[in-house]
Write a protein that binds this ligand. Structure first.
Ligand code: ZN
Length: 278
């Protein structure tokens, strides 16, 4: 679905309209000092957008207060990267809210919810708003996506849903809210497997252990003590790769594998052994 939308200039125009509304709302609210906001665009290098709309993606809409000179920039869904995910959420949630048939007419029969962020910290350091952020990302987002896409899957009497959880669902120091929300995703996965099974829709989860992604390397710099501690826990004595995870996802997406549902597959180099029950 993402790939098809990324070739469609109308998708980008829609993102632009969402941004226009967001910017308009910010400007209408004015500055907190009571001053008036004036346009003060600054350039931004567009990434990954279609040539036809590129010129409209070359500036970030921001504003400057005529009194205190403070700068304000509105939320944006127009710029690709991690934002495209947010953008898709907005589009799907809006179509659903509008009670149009757009969402159900999308012929999306495979959904992989692959989104994650870490808000590390011991329990005493956790801010309630960090919990909200991860609940939105790890739980609210897949719920909205499923609600939007379920009618089409039911119509087709076929669907493959894969959630990406984490080995950390079994517990991990410094990861209270990451662990809790990724464990919550397993509750969704198992419940949806029961609810959608008779409609030919399977729901499974992949729970990766340490994977050498950019995000992982930021938290565990190569050569650091954390990295050595992590390797010590991995039976196969190496970090995983995104391909390791992708192959597990492909298994669950395979149309022939309709007899496997509600399962959690650890792709963790053996780091769940001794922690996960049989
Ligand atoms: Zn001001």
């Amino acid at each position: 679905m993402c790939h098809a939308l990324l070739q469609d200039p109308n998708f980008f125009r829609l993102l632009l309209r969402i941004d226009e509304e967001l910017a308009g709302k910010l400007r209408a609210g004015g500055c907190s000092c009571g001053g008036v906001l004036h346009s003060a665009d600054y350039p931004r290098k567009p990434r990954g957008c279609l040539a036809e709309v590129r010129s409209q993606f070359e500036s970030r809409w921001s504003f400057c207060c005529n009194r205190c000179r403070k700068r304000a920039t509105s939320m944006s869904v127009r710029f690709l990267g991690r934002r495209v995910y947010v953008a898709l959420m907005v589009v799907l949630a809006s179509t659903q809210r509008a009670q149009t048939r757009v969402a159900s007419s999308l012929e999306v029969l495979n959904l992989v919810h692959n989104a994650g962020a870490v808000k590390p910290g011991l329990v005493g350091q956790i801010a309630p708003q960090d919990l909200t952020v991860l609940v939105n990302l790890h739980l609210t987002a897949p719920l909205l996506l499923i609600q939007a896409l379920l009618p089409a899957m039911r119509n087709a009497h076929f669907g493959r849903i894969v959630t990406i959880s984490s080995r950390a669902l079994l517990g991990k120091v410094n990861r209270s809210i990451y662990s809790a929300t990724k464990a919550g995703l397993i509750g969704f996965t198992r419940t949806w497997a029961l609810e959608f099974g008779a409609d030919g829709i399977t729901v499974n989860s992949v729970a990766p252990g340490p994977i050498a992604t950019e995000c992982y390397k930021r938290q565990n710099p190569p050569g650091s003590q954390q990295e050595r501690d992590t390797l010590h826990m991995i039976a196969v004595d190496r970090l995983g790769t995104p391909d390791d995870v992708a192959r597990a996802v492909m298994f669950f997406l395979e149309p022939q594998n309709g007899y496997v549902t509600g399962q959690v597959l650890y792709v963790c180099g053996g780091s769940s052994i001794g922690a996960a029950p049989l």
